[in-house]
Design a protein around this ligand. Structure first.
Ligand code: UDX
Length: 458
């Protein structure tokens, strides 16, 4: 069968895999191929056990795989065949040299650019999907054109805004699709080709175009704004705890102002996930590089409040449990960075577990999907740690429960039964404000939510 277009995606991760599955699903007239250097990852994409879990993803992959969606490791071969190439390789925070701990590590991205230049035998449109520092497209163009060949490369920026756990919904009904291009006739014509792909299912008014640098920067800024809202409400939660104001009431009152809006105003133990911290640090580093130290320190504050919130949670546990946690059994309910995923990257539960280990507690970790990841993460702690999926069992003989993740199963537990099996006095620290605090107090618990008056029998 002949296809109207041959699309390639380099990088079969959380973004590349689901995005290409959606394009293939919505556009049967295009051939979509995903390549990766990891053959085990590609094998998983070709199996019934996909390398990532996203509701609805498996059904889509099953429908189109082998028809117009293909996964393989023949990177060179596929570059030759493709006319449109998405680059979706990882850009983690640099762990070495200049900018370590702040800047984006661009080595995988640059190797990919060189590989494309090396293999291409015809004109290509190259699309940045990875989150990158602003002006990266310029470096991409320079690498691609440094051989003076007659092959033309047009580089576009098309950042991905999907969130984990809702990737398929976010891809199918995006709030917006952003495409940045050079404002030259060639740049605009490349941009129009990409617009045509999205027009297969995204309404025209949701596809916005901009210059290429605005597009690159918008991705970093979107994540920074979302994280900033969480840090803003979390900072106020600390003030609420001192003043008997209630953060849920404050966030409701503030969020009902249409100009502010109600989303992303839930106080918590802090944000996690692979993007927020990495992207803000990247933004901070960029600002510093351009000599904008006030701007850098403003955004750095978002990350600092997030660290403060996690530490504050541990210090509250210590304070309310008579200033000593040593030898006490503490059960963490949840370990993933948010509900409905097994992903623990940057999960606040990691920091809290490690801090509690410093206080020499005995730790029990419970989670419906992330237990294996938790085991891998905590295997070197020099305290007793058990991993128990059943929350009832996990809380037996515990001195305290700390809710780390807003899994809905934790709302519906029989806390009377849990209370009976715990050591007394029994403490509960609700790091997500998802439980019925009054009821827990009536059962006999000493209850410590985030940003709300505590309820103690002591
Ligand atoms: C985020 C962005 O939402 C997405 O657009 C971008 O493409 C990638 O980064 P993700 O990391 O999957 O997505 O998770 P998200 O749902 O944004 O949550 C991030 C963290 O913030 C989680 O730890 C979550 O529990 C926390 N959070 C969220 C809060 O603490 N309070 C809130 O009100 C909302």
């Amino acid at each position: 069968m002949s296809f109207k277009k041959s699309i390639l995606c380099i990088g079969a991760g959380y973004v590349g895999g689901p995005t290409m599955a959606m394009i293939a699903y919505k556009c049967p007239q295009y051939k979509v191929t995903v390549v990766d250097i990891s053959s085990s990852r590609i094998d998983a994409w070709n199996s019934d056990n996909l390398p990532i879990y996203e509701p609805g993803l498996y059904e889509i992959v099953k429908t189109v795989r082998g028809k117009n969606l293909f996964f393989n490791v023949d990177i060179e071969e596929e570059i030759i065949k493709a006319d449109t190439i998405f680059v979706s390789v990882n850009t983690p925070t640099k762990t070495f040299g200049t900018g370590a701990g702040m800047a984006a590590d661009l080595q995988y991205w640059e190797k990919t650019a060189r590989k494309i230049r090396e293999c291409a035998t015809s004109n290509k449109i190259i699309i940045e999907k990875s989150t990158l520092p602003v002006k990266t497209a310029l470096a991409m163009e320079r690498i691609l054109t440094s051989q003076n060949s007659s092959i033309r490369f047009d580089v576009l920026s098309n950042p991905e805004f999907l969130a984990e756990g809702t990737a398929i919904k976010d891809l199918e009904f995006p709030d917006r699709v952003l495409i940045g291009s050079r404002e030259t006739p060639e740049g605009i014509s490349a941009r129009d080709e990409l617009v045509q792909i999205y027009l297969n299912w995204v309404p025209k008014q949701k596809i916005i175009t901009s210059n290429i640098w605005s597009s690159e920067l918008s991705k970093l800024v979107s994540n920074a704004f979302l994280a900033q809202r969480i840090s803003s409400i979390n900072s106020i939660s600390a003030l609420c705890e001192k003043t008997e104001a209630d953060i849920t009431e404050v966030s409701k009152a503030v969020g009902m102002d249409m100009r502010i809006g109600s989303k992303f105003l839930n106080a918590s133990i802090g944000f996690g996930g692979s993007c927020f911290k990495k992207d803000i640090l990247n933004l901070v580093y960029l600002c510093e590089q351009y000599g904008l130290s006030e701007v850098a320190s403003y955004w750095h504050g978002v990350v600092k409040i997030n660290e403060y919130q996690k530490e504050r949670f541990v210090l509250n546990m210590l304070k309310y449990m008579f200033n000593t946690l040593a030898g006490k059994k503490i059960s963490l309910l949840g370990f993933s960075f948010k509900a409905d995923t097994g992903d623990i990257r940057e999960s606040p539960a990691i920091f809290i577990a490690k801090r509690l280990a410093e206080e020499k507690v005995e730790l029990v970790i419970s989670d419906p999907k992330a237990l294996q990841n938790a085991k891998n993460e905590l295997c070197n702690l020099d305290i007793t740690v058990s991993f128990i999926e059943d929350p009832y069992e996990a809380c037996i003989n515990s001195d305290a429960i700390a809710v780390m993740t807003e899994w809905s199963v934790y709302r519906a537990l029989d806390y009377e039964k849990i209370y009976k099996d715990m050591a007394k006095p029994a403490f509960i620290f609700d790091g997500r404000n998802i439980l019925d605090h009054k009821k827990l107090f009536e059962i006999g618990f000493n209850v410590f939510p985030i940003g709300k008056p505590s309820m103690s029998h002591l």
